[in-house]
Design a protein around this ligand. Structure first.
Ligand SMILES: [Mg+2]
Length: 111
């Protein structure tokens, strides 16, 4: 039976993948942040010079690469990424109240 797809299970699979290959020695937070940035750039590259992806079949793979490094970075730095996201969403909800920002893409400090 397949393991349930949860963030915790995926983080455990990533941890297993890394430890089985002895890759942790290469995973300083700085190196992981660089790798994350590279994966974001690979996602962006698919859209270079076009509003549509050059290779649509690659978008989910690049997005998965981004999430892989987000989860690996979170594990390495012991950040509870779900809690961090929840707190950030709460901040954003306060900064961008619906009554002021519905249909408005301006930055909160520019309004
Ligand atoms: Mg990639």
């Amino acid at each position: 039976m397949a393991t349930e797809l949860t963030l915790a299970n995926l983080q455990q699979r990533i941890s297993n993948l890394v430890s089985e290959r002895d890759w942790d020695q290469f995973h300083s937070p700085k190196n992981l942040a660089i790798a994350l940035s590279n994966e974001v750039a690979e996602l962006l590259e698919l859209y270079m010079w076009s509003d549509e992806p050059r290779k649509p079949e690659e978008v989910d793979k690049e997005l998965a690469d981004v999430l892989y490094y987000v989860l690996l970075f979170a594990s390495k730095t012991k950040i509870d990424v779900l809690q961090a996201l929840s707190e950030k969403l709460a901040e954003t909800e306060v900064k961008y109240p619906v009554e002021k920002f519905k249909g408005n893409a301006k930055k909160y400090s520019d309004l």
